[in-house]
Design a binder for this molecule. Structure first.
Ligand code: HEM
Length: 162
């Protein structure tokens, strides 16, 4: 048994919800779509790296003030944690695969086992993520797609009820 069933919200490149692709007519082909003219990844649609970095930095601003979550994170390497989460999310949504080049297979459930992710930690994580997602001003469809994923992923990460 693997800890990463296919179709899981934790697998890169296989969002459980279908990735949103918008097909447009020739006249409206989006810039930068290359040979795949007319099809953009969710990553590109929401603004690429800058958007995911903004999301994660806003999220960590909340985590830094959270008495339960903050002690779990490596104090000396908060910037590293920011880069890891940003890299994972951008890869998941169709951006560059730098995360796996540097860290290997995500195996997120396994990587979270050292931390007590109970329902309280999950709800706090989601509350900070909610504020961060709201700060992006995405379209309602993009916002709902992203949020649905984050909620499911956070529920999948719970590893203790203590
Ligand atoms: C549910 C509550 C969660 C808690 C309390 C939590 C906590 C943590 C902590 C303490 C770390 C170590 C920080 C570091 O050194 O990078 C971490 C790493 C990470 N988390 Fe979470 N996390 C949660 C949910 C999630 C979710 C839902 C995702 C994905 C959508 C996620 C993605 C990651 C990633 C990508 C890393 C870095 C893994 C690595 O490459 O080492 N986490 N998390």
């Amino acid at each position: 048994m693997t800890d990463q069933p296919s179709g899981s919200p934790l697998m890169p490149g296989t969002p459980g919800g279908q990735p949103v692709t918008i097909r447009v007519g020739q006249a409206g082909a989006p810039a930068g779509a290359g040979s795949d003219a007319g099809v953009q990844s969710f990553y590109d649609q929401v603004g690429g790296r800058a958007t995911f970095e903004k999301l994660v930095r806003a999220f960590y601003a909340g985590v830094s003030a959270d008495p339960v979550l903050y002690p779990m994170y490596p104090e000396a390497d908060l910037e590293g944690a920011i880069q890891r989460l940003t890299g994972f999310l951008e890869q998941y949504w169709g951006g560059p695969g730098t995360y796996s080049e540097e860290r290997g297979h995500p195996r997120l459930r396994m990587r979270h086992l050292p931390f007590a992710v109970n329902p309280d930690a999950r709800d706090r994580w989601l509350a900070h993520m909610r504020v961060a997602v709201d700060s992006l001003d995405l379209s309602p469809l993009h916002e709902a797609t992203l949020w649905d994923y984050l909620e499911r992923a956070a529920h999948a990460m719970v590893n203790t009820f203590d």
